[in-house]
Design a protein around this ligand. Sequence first.
Ligand SMILES: CNc1nc2cc3c(=O)[nH]c(N)nc3c(CCN)c2[nH]1
Ligand SMILES: [Zn+2]
Length: 370
Amino acid sequence: MSAINFTLIKQDGQARLGSLKTPHGTIDTPIFMPVGTQATVKAMTPDELKQLGAQIILGNTYHLYLRPGHELIARMGGLHEFMGWNGPILTDSGGFQVFSLGELRKITEEGVRFQSHLDGSYHMLTPEKSIEVQEALGSDIMMCFDECPPSPGDRAYVSRSLEMTTRWARRCKDAQRRDDQALFGIVQGGIFEDLRARSACELQEISFDGYALGGVSVGEEKERMLDVMNFTAPYLPVDKPRYVMGIGTPEDLVEGINAGFDMFDCVMPTRNARNGMLFTSFGRVNIKGAIYAEDRGPIDPECSCYVCRNFSRAYLRHLYRAGEILASRLNTWHNLNYYLDLMSQARKAISDGRFADFRRDFYAKRDKTC
Ligand SMILES: CNc1nc2cc3c(=O)[nH]c(N)nc3c(CCN)c2[nH]1
Ligand SMILES: [Zn+2]
């Protein structure tokens, strides 16, 4: 009996419209998951996330294990109660973050020994430890502890790495103690279709509640990433959720849906917002630009969000240049609204059987200054 239940409602080409029932609520797919690494989606309150239509957010095992500690969060009632978010939460397993943040890592069959990027203290993350932390956090969906091989990894290394990721996935499933959390396997295999197929097949032999595509958006060429998404999806079960990790730009999301994926997460809308890079229906707006100094218009004339209805580009440029906290908040609000609204439009298009038109119109509008 799984803690989640995925229903495939409709398919339009490879694009899928689905519904994912979790212990903390039901998610419409395709879905974008705002990243809340340290128990907060930066600059947004949980209530604002709900107003924006966020249905599920992402937390990070690596960060929360290091600070404030998973036992403290468990004593505070778990991650949902600790951060005041009562919707679904997916937690990443820490493997990727150890490599992108930890220092002096040493990887062995047992797990990964690393130094904390916070204070240099030594730690060991193993499949069992990752599951222990994610169970203490109480997320609705846990991710298996995996190795995301360096890109572009050589074939021999990537092959050995995926075999260890499969052995770690088996250990993660054996380490599960709670029955109210789902566990997703993570497909690795680099840019090699046969290795991706092997990884997908090995994980399905163990059987998971959903399957993620890992090892992409790690510096490879865009074309390579699109290829990997398109040739891996057919090896994944039709009746389980499919999640591409760390994706991506609005274009990547449209291509990921077109390839048959259901779930996406990326720091881009939130991180870029704090750097003044705003997403719009016609492309990107760098709000720092002098051309916006006296621009009375909204970020995006096609956007109906609170920010576009109430503030000018001139004002947002001023806030950013003045280093005001409100700059991060308003820019994040707009960017998240853009990503979440894009997903909502995509779901409607699939439901109406016109995803191909949606995808064509999406590109037709891009790169038009406004
Ligand atoms: C930004 N690009 C990116 N690629 C990823 C690959 C993995 C990956 O291969 N494994 C895991 N566990 N996480 C990944 C993440 C973090 C997702 N929040 C990635 N992010
Ligand atoms: Zn807006």
